[in-house]
Design a protein around this ligand. Structure first.
Ligand code: ACO
Length: 410
């Protein structure tokens, strides 16, 4: 504290001891059995299973089941779970009409926050958060409806008719069909098949983004949930927190940054800008609050990124540019000393682009995947009746006590 804050310290003299930890860098806000991260060694475990093994072998809904229930499902449990998710994918017709009220160029994240927040207005009959069965219904409903709402947000923004979910498609197939089908009917266009390599890549991205312990959006969900707010409101709060460029907006920010850099020749200029303490510019997709050596998700996704680009034979100069940024930053002392490595979102945006997902949908994609983690954390919290309301303290640094002056004397 500066010399001018000495008086402020006196204000606190009788309060005993509390920690001042802006950004919660050294404060655990809760205990949890869901996800373990060792940022120094680049370890990420969901319910004890290494992310590498889950990414190699699972479908996304299997991982969602694991996060929610603590154990991997057997064949019949997974089948039932998939059926339940698909059954809940349809949205109320009145909710579908919500989209008509949004301006045609509304950001899909703006629509997602609004429409998810409104779910409690439609599905309130089983909104008893004290009942474990109701809680599971709410959780599967959110996982089921999220791709439908996300795809509807996109279709609205490009002026295309809504596509209904199909019960027999997998989670990722359904999403791709609802996004890209040229028909508004409940069947796949004969001329628009779903590419299984795209489904595989999407499945991988969803698994990697499914949970990440107490990140900003999950902490927001938990904070809202600590008040007893309904799960749809809590997840809407999480979506709003995810939107920021320092969090879920990073993959969109990576693509925007690459567009701004423009050519490989400009890369050194932008790296210099990122290093300049006077310049607010940062290399998007670099650095992580927790991973200080490497991001294990980035290692997994980097390989897929190359495979997908090879398959689509992408001649997009943006990819060459991304590789130049990656290569030049990784050998720069500034980035080495600060342990700033590409994070998962440096690559996820490039893959999404190759899958024809529009840039403004990138954070929405993250939200679909992270819903599995958000609802798992919400359920874990609700199971523990002793969880107190989250109410952080602050360190007051404003004026000390002073007397009121009438307005004509100021
Ligand atoms: N480009 C340039 N410099 C950076 C970057 C970057 N991307 N990230 C951090 N730094 C520098 C800081 O300026 C600071 O330098 P200094 O020590 O000289 O002051 C140092 O590295 C430490 O940075 P902090 O901001 O203290 O690191 P923190 O752990 O708080 O921030 C964060 C992590 C927010 C992710 C940051 O690295 C960043 O803004 N990265 C770009 C945005 C991004 O990619 N976000 C996605 C995160 S992953 C996710 O949400 C899935």
């Amino acid at each position: 504290l500066g010399a001018d804050t000495v008086d402020i310290r006196n204000l606190y003299k009788d309060l005993g001891c509390f920690t001042h930890d802006p950004g919660f860098v050294a404060t655990a806000s809760c205990s949890s059995k869901i996800t373990f991260i060792d940022g120094d060694s680049g370890v990420l475990l969901y319910r004890g299973y290494p992310i590498e093994q889950l990414a190699e072998s699972c479908e996304f809904t299997e991982v969602a089941y694991l996060l929610m229930n603590g154990e991997l499902p057997n064949q019949s449990q997974l089948q039932d779970f998939n059926l339940e998710i698909n059954d809940r994918a349809i949205i109320h017709e009145s909710l579908r009409k919500f989209f008509d009220g949004f301006h045609y160029d509304a950001h899909p994240m703006a629509m997602l926050v609004g429409v998810v927040g409104s779910l409690s207005a439609f599905y309130h009959s089983d909104l008893n958060i004290k009942d474990p069965v109701s809680r599971k219904v709410c959780a599967t409903r959110l996982i089921g409806k999220m791709p439908t709402i996300a795809a509807a947000s996109y279709r609205h923004s490009v002026g295309r008719p809504f596509v209904y979910p199909r019960i027999e498609l997998s989670y990722c197939e359904n999403f791709l069909n609802m996004m890209f089908s040229r028909s508004s009917q409940n069947y796949i266009d004969q001329d628009h098949y779903i590419d299984q390599d795209f489904v595989k890549a999407l499945n991988l991205l969803f698994i990697l983004h499914a949970d990440h312990e107490q990140n900003a959006s999950t902490s927001t969900v938990r904070l809202a949930a600590s008040t007893g707010a309904n799960p749809y409101a809590c997840i809407a709060a999480g979506i709003a927190a995810l939107w920021g460029p320092a969090h879920g907006g990073a993959n969109e920010a990576v693509l925007n940054m690459l567009a701004e850099i423009g050519t490989v020749e400009n890369v050194p200029k932008y790296i210099a800008k990122a290093k300049d303490p006077e310049d607010p510019f940062r290399l998007m997709g670099f650095g992580h609050r927790v991973y200080k050596n490497f991001d294990p998700r980035a290692t997994i996704i980097r390989k897929t990124c190359h495979e997908i680009l090879k398959k689509t034979q992408s001649s997009d100069p943006l990819f060459e540019l991304a590789l130049a940024v990656e290569e030049q930053a990784l050998k720069d002392d500034y980035f080495i000393e600060r342990k700033l490595y590409p994070n998962v979102d440096f690559y996820s945006g490039i893959i999404y682009k190759a899958l024809n997902i529009p840039v403004e949908m990138f954070t929405v994609m993250f939200a679909i995947a992270r819903t599995a983690g958000w609802v798992a954390h919400w359920m874990e919290m609700m199971e523990d009746a002793s969880t107190p309301i989250s109410r952080p303290r602050q360190l007051y640094v404003g004026p000390t006590r002073r007397d009121f002056q009438p307005i004509d004397e100021r």
